[in-house]
Design a binder for this molecule. Structure first.
Ligand code: NAP
Ligand code: MG
Length: 496
């Protein structure tokens, strides 16, 4: 594997205003908010704060850009493809800068952002660039003298609201299919992590997209997010975030114009380890599944189910590994474990651990904040002795807390692992094909990972069962969400 370059420790902050109609503009009432570095708590900069009136302005720009006769509407699909490929090339050109900026703003370890997140972002744009002229309709045979066909048309002005935990990846998952299908978009990044979205917006101009096609309005959920989700001129909204906010978004759609929704919500995903595995491989994978990005990943393997025959050894090795993690500055290339996003999340995670212990769980390592570091660090934590109904076993922690459960039989573990309000991921490690197939068939989850974890790819759909959401990002499936189906009946002369 190619070596990872050193991060740019203090990447220059170039864009801090709203991006509307390919221009940088302060918010109409002059408001701004503070953006901080989670690894140090230091202020990075002030960013303009979008309110209702700014969202209206962005939606107006997106509406104008979508009008029949506009440059964007007249653009042939192969040129849309070129622009998306241009954008991918520009992100690739600036990969080191963008990865450094993401680490500065989000606190996730630079090595992973550079090696995993950026390539996925670039590939997502290239993948959807290939789709601009390939999302076909059908011709449909019916009784009578008709020709019937369907076409896929852009939905129109879309909105996207994304969370702080994977800002660039979420941006790519929403922007690429949306623009590939010829829509226009107003994107609200999380107010906690707006910096990379603003930088990518600057590349949109350089790539050659016409004004108004992509607009970025950083702001708070309750104001800018709410304005987008209630907007009468937004026809489709794609949301990634928590279940509670997802509920508000669905309600806002019903209360406004029934805009189409894609909801990608939380998870409490099981990872099932059978006794036939290579123990070190499985322990390593289960650690990656929960400790990556300090546990702040929707698809984290946050409930590790381990067969009783290997339970004690598995737990011992997991604790050993958790204790070995190098905690520190996420900009350092050898850091394994970075901070939580902010104090609120840090406090929430520590409170959930404390409650777990009060409820009777056994804390084997971690469970505290990391002393001596200014950022919002939580020690890698391993716990056992949970019962399935405890709060800690059911609620998303969104932190570096590995919960290891013991199981006896495959039927039991399938039932227990499915007994969750969530259904985003199910993981399984085994060398027994029958066990793997049974788990894959029975899991009530949108994605199943067999002998792997975090195997995400733009080409394959991603989304949740149950309260993990509805609709799919990625793959061909995402295109359906960004298009309307139009059915055309043409009366034909009878056969002669
Ligand atoms: P969140 O609080 O739900 O926020 C997500 C986004 O919604 C943010 O941009 C937020 O704005 C905005 N928002 C908040 N209140 C809103 C409202 N009333 N109306 C409209 N928008 C509103 O989630 P988060 O804490 O940022 O992210 C963590 C959650 O996201 C976790 O539950 C995680 O599992 C989930 N997640 C899911 C996936 C997936 O693909 N399934 C991927 C990543 C994360 P602010 O800027 O004010 O926060
Ligand atoms: Mg939030």
């Amino acid at each position: 594997m190619a070596t990872v370059p050193c991060a740019i420790r203090s990447p220059e902050i170039k864009f801090t205003k709203l991006f509307i109609n390919n221009e940088w503009t302060p918010s109409l009432d002059g408001s701004s908010f503070t953006v901080a570095n989670p690894a140090t708590s230091d202020v990075i900069c002030q960013v303009s704060e979008a309110k209702q009136a700014d969202v209206d302005k962005a939606v107006f720009a997106a509406t104008e850009a979508f009008k029949v006769g506009s440059k964007w509407r007249q653009m042939v699909p192969s040129n849309r493809s070129k622009l998306l490929n241009n954008l991918a090339d520009l992100i690739e050109r600036d990969r080191l800068y963008i990865a450094s900026l993401e680490t500065l703003n989000n606190g996730k370890v630079f090595k992973r952002v550079y090696e995993r997140d950026l390539p996925m972002v670039i590939h997502t744009f290239r993948y959807y660039a290939g789709w601009t002229d390939k999302h076909h309709g059908k011709t449909i045979p019916i009784d009578g003298d008709y020709m019937v066909y369907t076409t896929r048309e852009p939905v129109g002005v879309c909105g996207a609201i994304i969370p702080w935990n994977v800002p660039l990846i979420m941006l790519a998952w929403k922007v690429a299919p949306c623009l590939a299908m010829g829509n226009t978009l107003v994107l609200k990044p999380s107010e906690v992590t707006p910096l990379t979205a603003l930088y990518v917006a600057s590349l949109v101009v350089e790539a050659g997209f016409p004004p108004g096609v992509l607009n970025v309005v950083p702001g708070f959920g309750a104001e800018a997010g709410s304005a987008l989700s209630h907007h009468m001129d937004i026809m489709k909204l794609s949301f990634t975030g928590s279940v509670n906010t997802g509920r508000l978004i669905q309600k806002a759609s019903a209360d406004s114009n029934f805009k189409n929704l894609t909801l990608e919500l939380g998870g409490k995903s099981p990872l099932i380890i059978f006794p036939d595995v290579d123990l070190d491989v499985a322990v390593g994978a289960a650690g990656v599944a929960i400790f990556t990005q300090a546990g702040q990943i929707c698809c984290a393997g946050s409930r590790t189910f381990v067969h009783e025959d290997i339970f004690d050894e598995f737990v011992g090795k997991s604790v050993e590994r958790a204790k070995m993690k190098k905690i520190g500055d996420p900009m350092d290339v050898d850091t394994d474990h970075g901070p939580q996003i902010n104090k609120h999340q840090q406090d929430r995670i520590l409170a959930m651990i404390e409650q777990g212990v009060k409820d009777g769980c056994t804390l084997l390592c971690g469970g505290k904040k990391v002393e001596g570091l200014k950022g919002h660090y939580v020690q890698p934590t391993v716990m056992i002795g949970m019962s399935d109904h405890m709060e800690i076993a059911r609620q998303e922690i969104f932190g570096p807390v590995q919960l290891i459960f013991k199981f006896k039989t495959i039927a039991e573990v399938i039932e227990r692992s499915n007994a969750s309000q969530y259904g985003l991921i199910a993981g399984v490690f085994t060398n027994n094909i029958n066990n793997a197939m049974t788990v894959a068939r029975c899991a009530r989850a949108g994605t199943v990972w067999v002998n792997c974890f975090f195997a995400l790819n733009a080409n394959a759909p991603f989304g949740g069962y149950k309260q993990s959401g509805s609709g799919r990002d990625l793959g061909e499936e995402a295109l359906d969400a960004y298009t309307e189906v139009k059915t055309v009946y043409i009366k034909t002369p009878p056969l002669v």
